[in-house]
Design a protein around this ligand. Structure first.
Ligand code: OAD
Ligand code: ZN
Length: 261
């Protein structure tokens, strides 16, 4: 396993040999948490933020993902989110999302995600905390009325609130904004109570979200990282599995089927 990251993903997939300490944990665990980031949706064709083809290599986050940017040019920001919605609506959850949903057969599973793409819900996961909001929801910046997409016309211009005329924005967390408190504290509690905390497809550099796996670790949870490459979190992890989440998560599901039969 030690050198698995130097092999191709196909070889890796067939040679995957999970370490015993981990399979023992799997046998005993009751509560598990998946802390996920953009990498889990990469195989659905949604770009990540950092790394080779990352969004933030091409665009400045503060010019698109901040309240100031929205106030300066609401139509541009709205159009960018419409573009991201188009991509998300045309794609589907991948094997990684589905494996997490299916693991509910064996564990009390909580998903704590930084993603706004709604793909965990579409894959069937039930308990989800969304730390950075959800691109499907929108709200009026003045009276805070919520709107889902079907209530809004689909043009690329920012819509106005039907009650007060205020601008409508996506219900996502922008730079400089607070995380939704209920989602963060719910996610943190689940992490603290977990027996295993999987950290999947995240560079784990954006705070406060990245405190979640640390809270898990501090409370004795077993940290398993799944990523295509090492991250800032790798030194905290009890076990690192390097490869695509769409290959590794189904492998863990298969392992569970064997263990429970
Ligand atoms: P990043 O783009 O920072 O990191 C994506 C991670 O996924 C990287 O560590 C990749 O190595 C890994 N990765 C890529 N493809 C993978 C695959 N197929 N399988 C497994 N891992 C893979 O994305 P996040 O960590 O989610 O915030 O970024 C955190 C936050 O920063 C986002 O929620 C967003 C962004 O700015 C806001 O918009 C507030
Ligand atoms: Zn309003």
């Amino acid at each position: 396993m030690g050198h698995a990251k130097f092999k191709t993903s196909v070889t890796f997939y067939f040679e995957m040999n999970l370490k015993k300490e981990f399979t023992d944990k799997l046998k005993e665990a009751k509560k598990i948490v998946f802390f996920t980031g953009a990498g889990i949706s990469a195989e659905s064709g949604i770009s990540t933020f950092r790394g080779k083809d990352g969004i933030w290599n091409k665009m400045k986050p503060e010019e698109l993902a901040s309240f100031n940017a929205f106030m300066k040019n609401p139509d541009l920001v709205w159009e960018w989110y419409q573009h991201r919605r188009d991509i998300i609506h045309k794609t589907s959850p991948n094997k990684g999302h589905y494996a997490i949903a299916e693991l509910e057969k064996y564990f009390d599973v909580t998903v704590v995600t930084q993603n706004i793409d709604n793909l965990h819900r579409r894959a069937g996961s039930k308990k989800i905390f969304e730390l950075h909001g959800n691109i499907e929801r929108n709200f009026c910046i003045d009276c805070k009325t919520f709107y889902d997409l079907v209530e809004l016309d689909s043009s690329n211009k920012v819509p106005n609130c039907k009650k007060c005329g205020g601008l409508i924005r996506p219900d996502v967390v922008w730079f400089g904004e607070f995380l939704p408190q209920d989602q963060f504290s719910g996610g943190e509690k689940a992490a603290e109570w977990s027996d295993i905390c999987f950290v999947v497809g995240t560079s784990a550099v954006v705070y406060p979200a990245a405190y979640i796996p640390m809270s898990a670790k501090r409370n004795g949870s077993y940290i398993v990282e799944i990523n295509v490459e090492p991250t800032d979190l790798s030194s905290y992890a009890d076990y690192s599995l390097f490869g695509k989440s769409g290959d590794i998560l189904p492998e863990i599901l298969t392992e569970m089927r064997t263990l429970k039969n």
